[in-house]
Design a protein around this ligand. Structure first.
Ligand code: SF4
Length: 431
């Protein structure tokens, strides 16, 4: 390992040690993790069929990733049939350019939470074109105001205490508010309401996409996605190609599994959007542009996903539902939140970061933090083997000269040893 790489590794180790010992992050996480564990345990008790549902979803995702190209074609055909403009973006630059051309400049844009738009830096890109862009999910708004990146897949501001949020609102929104959670939520509602009502363009991601019907499925609690995708005259869905599954019922199963493992009995809203708003109320003649958007676009983003799908071990990361459950079991995440990660947080996030244009040196440094404890795999609804992928990625980076071969070799030995331990544990647990 060159001196430069050693320096980079040391730099990240120091950063993480600082976060774990000198900030409020562990305190905020303790509060969040305690409440999450209680929620998910209650949901799994209430719906004991969830584990079986998750197994079916695993099969759906395996099939979908093995038929990615066909599903992309089928989804695009269905969208076009529904009068939705379908765009394919090979990489982040192309995705941003496509959205930028639709939006133009001088517009007010409202966004729902979306990891793929974080991945490609869409908000910053649109701001660079002279647009005013607001995140409408509370956690994302907090992150936007703080100038940070999401620290968890479903709870982007999980690392912040209520005291820090109140401070931010005072500083950035000029709102004098106590560190009291309902007051903070009300302040965000007042601020965002005006943006949502007056927006020119709404943007969201997708929890799943149904190829057969050309439908975008999103789940949410705040009601912001409903408003951001329903009020502005133009709606753009930006989503990764791995979100496509064959049928609408598959997409709903994916969504249901994701919300159960995010700790919800049912989310406040499940949205299914398949076309611009339309009416046939006069002479049964379908006319687009009723009360909702009159124009809808879908941007299907590849940005490394096809490459990921070709790798025999790492393609498993594409099955990820982004429910964030694994991170809340991870002993490393528990101390530093998404600072353990790069573009995407957590162990699985390192695989995603590697393929979607993350910083490879940072990814390499973070890969060696994994404790191989297997708690992530145990918690994951689809039993995604993140520790195994972490070792495969360590080996890939070793071949690229970013991780020293001796360290990579040790990692393989560690994996073998851990697999043995896991086998023993499973034998004991299963009797
Ligand atoms: S790896 Fe599994 S637990 Fe983690 S976010 Fe993805 S689906 Fe959820």
């Amino acid at each position: 390992m060159g001196v430069e790489s050693q320096d980079v590794f040391a730099k990240y180790r120091e950063m993480l040690a600082r976060v774990a010992t000198e900030t409020e992050v562990p305190k905020a996480l303790r509060r969040a993790v305690t409440s999450y564990r209680g929620n998910v345990a209650r949901v799994l008790k209430l719906f004991p069929d969830t584990l079986q549902l998750a197994q079916e979803v695993r099969r759906i995702k395996e099939f979908s990733i093995d038929h990615l190209d066909e599903l992309v074609d089928a989804a695009c055909r269905s969208f076009e049939r529904n009068k939705v403009h379908c765009h394919l973006a090979r990489d982040a630059a192309e995705a941003n350019r496509i959205v930028g051309e639709i939006v133009g400049s001088g517009k007010l844009v409202v966004k729902g939470k979306s990891m793929v738009t974080e991945e490609i830096g869409l908000r910053e890109y649109l701001e660079g074109l002279g647009n005013e862009v607001w995140e409408t999910d509370l956690g994302e708004l907090i992150i936007q105001l703080a100038g940070e990146r999401p620290m968890h897949l479903t709870s982007p501001s999980i690392h912040m205490t209520r005291e820090r949020v109140a401070e931010l609102f005072r500083e950035k929104l000029g709102v004098d508010v106590e560190p009291n959670i309902p007051e903070l939520v009300a302040a965000a509602r007042r601020f965002l309401r005006d943006k949502l009502v007056n927006a020119d363009v709404g943007i969201s991601g997708a929890n799943a996409v149904a190829a057969e019907t050309g439908s975008i499925v999103t789940i949410e609690n705040e009601g912001n996605i409903r408003l951001a995708t329903g009020l502005p005259p133009v709606y753009i869905a930006v989503t990764g190609i791995e979100k496509i599954v064959p049928r609408l019922r598959d997409a709903m199963m994916v969504a249901e599994t994701a919300w159960r493992f995010a700790g919800y009995v049912a989310p406040a809203y499940v949205n299914v959007i398949s076309s611009p708003s339309k009416t046939g109320d006069i002479e049964k003649t379908i006319t687009y542009g009723a009360q909702g958007p009159r124009e809808m676009h879908v941007v299907l983003v590849d940005n490394g996903r096809s490459e990921m799908a070709k790798h025999p071990v790492l393609k498993e990361a594409l099955y990820c539902l982004k429910c964030g459950a694994c991170m809340l079991e991870c002993p490393i995440f528990d101390l530093v939140a998404g600072n353990y990660g790069d573009k995407y947080p957590g162990g699985i996030g390192l695989v995603w970061s590697y393929f979607t244009g993350g910083d490879k040196q940072r990814v390499a440094a973070m890969l060696y933090l994994c404790a191989m404890c297997y708690r992530c795999k145990e918690r994951c609804p689809l039993s995604i083997d993140t520790p195994k992928m972490i070792v495969a990625l360590r080996n890939m980076l070793a071949k690229e000269g970013i991780v020293p071969p001796q360290v990579a070799k040790n990692a393989e030995e560690t994996l073998k040893a851990n697999e043995k331990i896991l086998e023993e544990l499973e034998k004991k647990v299963l009797g």
